[in-house]
Design a binder for this molecule. Structure first.
Ligand SMILES: Cc1cc2nc3c(=O)[nH]c(=O)nc-3n(C[C@H](O)[C@H](O)[C@H](O)COP(=O)(O)OP(=O)(O)OC[C@H]3O[C@@H](n4cnc5c(N)ncnc54)[C@H](O)[C@@H]3O)c2cc1C
Length: 398
């Protein structure tokens, strides 16, 4: 009788084809696993109009796997990130290179890489049940009444992970961070703003705004602001785009005029989301099933680090499964190697969020005095945060 799960049959079910899931599927196939990738949607409706800024550590993972050019083809590189206050005064500059890319495009390119490598993608498959002996056999139930089997289950199903709830029943649910995010694309006059290869972040009085001019006359932007009352995806989605953008423009009236100019020139859909984080979990696995990426440790978005952390996870977990004889051992090694880094990033994200948009005038005054120092420290810490580089890919693997 086996005391721990054997990975010999190597049938892995990866749940969720956002960012972490397809990259994990790609890595596992390359390491000899048979991989089924299950995704609840064909595409993520909440991703419409939104982009993310991929940090250098995420790019490093893609480069190590030979995927960077292909997966980030649709992205625009920013040579540095500038930070300004609500008066438009530049406070600091982070010299890190990041890549601005539509989330849907990034996810789609990763899915394509995974399926080209040999993973089987099953869309419209929402996991709702997970049964098994906990060692080496799982039966996965989907919302449409169908079932699948696997030796290893890897939950990459995001911040509201069903896998997490089923696997670790006492795990806390996601916490609303009292932040609402939105993002979109605007068209302004060509030459109105320079294509300067920089990502601009502005600490507005009542909201945080980021933008990059990705080509002449085309601007990608995001906005985060505080909302104490939690409004779910559905409630936010009901608001008309024009009404939402007008409210954001009003919110940013005291800030540099460029923000209102960009917002009022929005074209196409505007994505918006309540933002959640996952409190630290006692464990990320049970037997031969585990959660990773946002499902295990979604951090507040103030560092723009979540996607890159998910990529690090995918790479490290695949290597751990390759190196360790059993899945539980691999998961233990993975957790040990990742916990400190994730905890540090979560703390730093919270600290960054706290200085962004204080609501009281006195706190704002202190913020304005402290911001240059805080930002410079943040930039230094940010450089540490981006410093992860993946170990070499096993020579004998594909
Ligand atoms: C406002 C905001 C801004 C952000 N900005 C940045 C940024 O600039 N840079 C950055 O690096 N990160 C950013 N992030 C974080 C980043 O988006 C996440 O960390 C990243 O998407 C996590 O990837 P994931 O694959 O783990 O989860 P997700 O991307 O959430 O993917 C989960 C997938 O699982 C699927 N799924 C869910 N439930 C089920 C189920 N039951 N069965 C099957 N499939 C399921 C979903 O449809 C989805 O496709 C931001 C987050 C927010 C909220």
């Amino acid at each position: 009788m086996k005391s721990e799960n054997s990975t010999q049959r190597r049938r892995a079910a990866v749940v969720g084809a956002g960012i972490t899931g397809p990259l994990l599927a790609f890595c596992l196939v390359r390491l000899g696993f048979e991989v089924d990738l299950y995704e609840a949607y064909i595409r993520r409706v909440q991703d419409i109009g939104s982009f993310l800024n991929l940090a250098p550590n995420g790019r490093a993972v893609l480069e190590r796997l030979g995927l960077a050019d292909r997966v980030l083809e649709q992205g625009t590189v920013a040579g540095s990130i500038t930070f300004a206050n609500h008066k438009g005064r530049e406070l600091a500059r982070n010299p890190e290179r990041t890549t601005n890319i539509m989330r849907g495009e990034l996810s789609g390119a990763l899915r394509e890489a995974a399926t080209d490598a040999g993973a089987k993608l099953h869309c419209d498959k929402r996991l709702v049940a997970l049964d098994g002996n906990g060692e080496d056999h799982w039966r996965i139930g989907f919302e449409d009444g169908t079932e699948a089997e696997a030796d290893i289950v890897l939950g990459c199903d995001g911040v509201h992970s069903a896998t997490r709830g089923l696997l670790i029943p006492d795990a806390p649910g996601a916490d609303y961070t009292k932040v609402v995010g939105s993002g979109g694309r605007s068209e302004i006059g060509a030459g109105e703003l320079p294509v300067d290869g920089q990502f601009h972040m502005v600490f507005g009085l009542r909201g945080f705004f980021g933008y990059q001019v990705v080509e002449p006359g085309v601007v990608c932007w995001f906005e985060n602001h505080q909302e104490t009352r939690e409004r779910g995806f559905a409630e936010l989605a009901e608001i008309d785009d024009a009404e939402w953008v007008a409210a954001l423009a009003e919110r940013h009236r005291p800030d540099p005029g460029v923000i209102r100019r960009i917002l009022t020139a929005s074209t196409g859909p505007v994505g918006r989301w309540p933002v959640y984080e996952v409190p630290p979990l006692g464990t990320w696995h049970r037997g031969s099933a585990a959660v990773l990426g946002d499902a295990a440790h979604a951090v507040a978005p103030h560092l723009g680090a979540g996607a890159a952390l998910g990529m690090e996870d995918a790479y490290e977990l695949a290597l751990a499964l390759h190196e360790h004889r059993t899945a539980p051992r691999a998961f233990r090694a993975f957790e040990e190697s990742r916990r400190d880094r994730i905890a540090a990033m979560a703390k730093q994200a919270r600290q960054t969020g706290a200085v962004m948009t204080p609501s009281h005038w006195a706190a704002r005054m202190i913020r304005d005095l402290m911001l240059p120092i805080a930002i410079k420290q943040g930039v230094r810490k940010g450089t540490e945060a981006y410093s992860y580089r993946p170990s070499p890919w096993p020579a004998q693997a594909r």
